[in-house]
Design a binder for this molecule. Structure first.
Ligand code: CAO
Length: 446
């Protein structure tokens, strides 16, 4: 048996680097090239591997010490096997990167079988940090990264307990135990359960949903939620959470348009044709989408897909829940054809007979509560679209014409838009333009 001194190897141009993590303890059997400590400069974190195998007798540094090349790190007792070792580097955590790389480590990771880690009797400490920025590289040494990769642990969700929030191997083990015990859920698992209609807010770091025994307060009835309601709930929830919504409200003067609509319906009464305001709105929106193409777009990664077709969805209230049939190529159709297709699609929706094709492909959606009432509301964007128009019931209002108040039929408009694609000025212009068209429908042909 020989006594071996382990010293800080050549770590490049760094001076006085801080020891931020000790990865071994006296009495441990150390393998050749096993990482002993992690040091960190302002640019990188490095693990210092052992140049010999043996049993660790004494550590000569502690967390917070500053070391330089040649400084004594540890004393081993054992066989005199040596190797030319170089520290394994990981990028410093302070600088966020465009995409999270997975650095590979040349240093062997400590072998901790998952089963052992999970069976440990250590109390469960949820080490979950689901709100960590996904683009920020987790603060961990290469061997901890490797360990996390082997266990399939999303390192950016692990809360570090080490110096400056550094993630240690113990944190990864503790996270794994927490997930296995059900105490925490990974963001991916939570997203999966959410898309299935679940309502677990753990992934967002929210308080659990209140569990209340309502029957304690009075009589209740339990009803199953329809399949459509569950599907639309999951979609609406995702859209509400993932899209930064803003809603602009405006009013359109539809006095003349309504008079025209009523007259048209009277003329065509015998033919059984009835036109509602929604058909005009669809046509007016097509004109506005042509002028503001970004409202007829979808985000696709770094790109914006701007559609050159004009398929308009409209929300239909059915006994089973909300459905959104689509009028295809609304730019190529007249008001009568749009009205007729709309009433057929709305009937199909109410009868539960819409095909998936009849509900897909919209570039923009209109949700009209005009037949019901109300003033304004904040419709939720129908992803992957980037805008939706909400319409409420028109009412006669006194409107100042510069000389006197005139009775005008005003239609309340509520345009919700995705702030990642559209800004407030464009949304205001869209509404102004839409109001101009509805105010004088001849503008559609300009
Ligand atoms: N202002 C005043 N009256 C209006 C109006 C408006 N903006 N829009 C429609 N009306 C009138 C119609 O002229 C019709 O009047 P009459 O019966 O006297 O002719 C009456 O209201 C009923 O219209 P409608 O609702 O049947 O027809 P529509 O073309 O306007 O709408 C449809 C069709 C399928 C969109 C509608 O029935 C519907 O389901 N709307 C609900 C959409 C919804 O739930 N949105 C919310 C989504 S977010 O949860």
């Amino acid at each position: 048996m020989s006594v071996i001194e382990i010293k800080v190897p050549d770590i490049g141009d760094f001076k006085d680097v801080a020891v931020i993590e000790i990865m071994v303890k006296p009495g441990d059997s150390i393998r050749l090239e096993q990482s002993l400590v992690t040091v960190e400069s302002d640019k990188a974190a490095m693990e210092i591997p052992s140049s010999h195998a043996g049993v660790l007798k004494e550590l000569k540094v502690k967390v917070g010490d500053k070391v330089n090349i040649g400084d004594l790190l540890a004393i081993l007792e054992g066989a005199a096997t040596t190797a030319a070792v170089a520290p394994a580097a990981a990028p410093a955590p302070a600088s966020p990167v465009a995409a999270a790389p997975t650095p590979t480590s040349s240093a062997p990771a400590p072998v901790v079988p998952a089963a052992v880690a999970l069976a440990s009797a250590t109390p469960i400490v949820p080490a979950h940090n689901p709100t960590a920025l996904p683009l920020q590289l987790p603060h961990a040494s290469p061997s901890v990264r490797k360990f996390a990769r082997e266990l399939g642990v999303p390192l950016n969700e692990v809360k570090g307990s080490g110096l400056k929030g550094r993630i240690t191997e113990g944190d990864v083990q503790s996270f794994t135990r927490s997930v296995m015990s059900g105490a925490v859920q990974t963001v991916a698992a939570a997203a999966q359960s959410k898309s299935a209609g679940g309502s677990d807010g753990a992934a967002l770091g929210l308080l659990p949903w209140p569990v209340v025994d309502f029957a304690k307060f009075g009589p209740i009835e339990r009803k199953d939620r329809s399949r459509i309601k569950k599907i639309s709930a999951a979609n609406l929830h995702r859209n509400w959470v993932m899209i930064p919504h803003v809603t602009n409200h405006d009013d359109a003067d539809i006095t003349d348009l309504e008079a025209f609509r009523v007259a048209t319906n009277k003329e065509n009464e015998k033919a059984g044709i009835k036109v509602t305001m929604l058909a005009f709105l669809i046509k007016a929106c097509v004109a506005a989408l042509k002028k503001f193409p970004d409202f007829n777009a979808s985000i696709d990664g770094e790109q914006l897909v701007v559609k050159q077709y004009f398929h308009i969805g409209f929300a239909a209230d059915t006994p089973n829940g909300l459905m959104v049939p689509v009028i295809r190529d609304a730019d190529k159709k007249g008001i009568f054809q749009i009205s007729q297709e709309m009433s057929e699609l709305a009937k199909k929706a109410r009868d539960g007979k819409l095909s998936p094709a009849e509900m897909s492909g919209a570039g923009f959606t209109i949700s009209s509560l005009g037949g019901i009432g109300g003033r304004y509301f904040t419709p939720i964007i129908n992803a992957p679209e980037v805008a939706i128009l909400g319409v409420c019931k028109s009412t006669m209002e006194p409107v100042w014409d510069g000389k006197a108040f005139q009775p005008r039929l005003m239609l309340p408009l509520s345009l919700s838009w995705d702030h990642r694609v559209i800004d407030g000025a464009s949304a205001a212009r869209f509404n102004v333009y839409l109001s101009q068209i509805l105010g004088d429908f001849r503008r559609v042909f300009l």
